[in-house]
Ligand binder design. Structure first.
Ligand SMILES: [Zn+2]
Length: 382
């Protein structure tokens, strides 16, 4: 018995023989820590008075990276139990999902990820939410049945089990979860499925030709469910309706707000000639520039600049808060834009016909006119 995370996954503390590979890097026997391998994050914890920062498979050996050198000899090694429980419950949950998906729904697992915050399993073809819900129900049945998770070894696997700290790429270790799943696997699992507590699938998304399921197990699943329950409750209070009515309610609100936005835009558009008329006019070079400042809906800033340019025959400049749009007819929009921007700073640009962007400070019409006519007292941008 060498790799305890295979044969005795419920043992979180053991006396081990430490051999130094180089200062701060050791191999141990038996191997208590699961390395960063097969999509499952490494176990962390302590060996003696050193902290295990990472566990990696390097040239077939399981190397423990420590925060300080540790003398060779016998030390007590102890896992970070919460972390191991997280990775082993989620990893075993993935076996259940993949096993059920293959057996009951003909879905092949093409990729898995066991993360500390979230876990995913990718199936080879598209599945709908109805299948996902049935899979989730059957996964819960498997958890409640408290099925044993058994490890066995082929001839090569038996060898690997008895070897000190060495991992052969051909090692075969078989993991069997009840009658749901049998697969070759190098991960750390729980001893029986009841330990998982619960498995929840929270989302699905298309991945090329297949589907990715996002799932959580045990305490993480509870925490996520609580967050979503809390959020739904807040939404119910805001919308003053039942949970099942929220989608229709929100849909109605979105449609109403789109209608209102259209109405607002129509009202503003009808005021454009009047706003253009109120623009302050100033001769600049061979033409006249009309300058308007005031709060406007974003999409009308450019439109109004165009209306003013048409009216003056020279150019129109519109400023709404920090947003600026310049429209040129007889005068170059980009030249005027640069003149203002060079003085106060900002982003953007354009062509002689149209230029727009944002300024680093808000300006009044009078200040813009002074900038254009060279009588400005506005301090230059840093
Ligand atoms: Zn496994």
């Amino acid at each position: 018995m060498k790799r305890m995370y295979w044969t005795h996954p419920d043992v979180f503390e053991a006396e081990v023989e430490v051999a130094e590979v180089e200062p701060g890097k050791v191999v141990i026997d038996p191997i208590l820590f699961h390395p960063d391998e097969g999509g499952q994050p490494a176990d962390l914890g302590v060996i003696g008075d050193a902290t295990v920062l990472d566990v990696q498979v390097v040239d077939g050996r399981i190397i423990h990276i420590l925060d300080k050198p540790l003398p060779a000899g016998r030390h007590v090694a102890r896992l970070d139990g919460d972390r191991r429980l997280h990775t082993s419950t989620h990893h075993t949950a993935q076996h259940i999902l993949s096993g059920l998906a293959r057996k009951r729904f003909g879905l092949q697992t093409v990729s898995v990820h066991i993360g500390l915050e979230g876990c995913t399993v990718d199936f080879h073809k598209k599945v709908g939410w109805d299948v996902v819900e049935e899979l989730e129900r059957q996964a819960l049945d498997a958890v409640m049945a408290d099925l044993p998770v058994e490890t066995s070894f082929g001839p090569q696997g038996e060898q690997a089990r008895n070897r000190t700290g060495s991992v052969d790429p051909d090692d075969i270790r078989i993991v069997k979860v009840g009658d749901l799943d049998v697969s070759a696997c190098c991960g750390a699992h729980v001893c029986s499925t009841g330990t998982i507590g619960t498995i929840r699938i929270f989302d699905i998304e298309n991945r090329k030709a297949g589907t990715r399921l996002s799932f959580l197990a045990g305490r993480k699943a509870l925490e996520q469910s609580q967050l979503e329950t809390r959020t739904l409750r807040e939404l119910r209070i805001l919308a003053a309706c039942a949970t099942v009515d929220l989608p229709a309610n929100l849909q109605k609100t979105i449609e109403r707000s789109k209608e209102l936005a259209k109405e607002v835009s129509r009202l503003w558009s009808s005021r454009l000639p009047e706003l253009a008329e109120s623009a302050q006019r100033v001769p600049v070079g061979p033409g006249v520039v009309g300058v308007y400042t005031g709060e406007l809906p974003r999409d009308l800033v450019v439109t109004l600049a165009g209306v003013i340019a048409e009216a003056t025959g020279g150019a129109g400049i519109v400023l709404s808060e920090n947003q600026i749009a310049v429209s040129g007819k007889g005068l170059s929009a980009s030249d005027l834009f640069k003149k203002v921007q060079a003085r106060v700073g900002g982003k953007g640009g354009g062509s002689p016909r149209a230029a727009n962007g944002r300024l680093d400070k808000t300006l009044s019409s009078q200040e813009v006119i002074e900038l254009l006519t060279g009588s400005s007292s506005v301090p230059e941008s840093a």
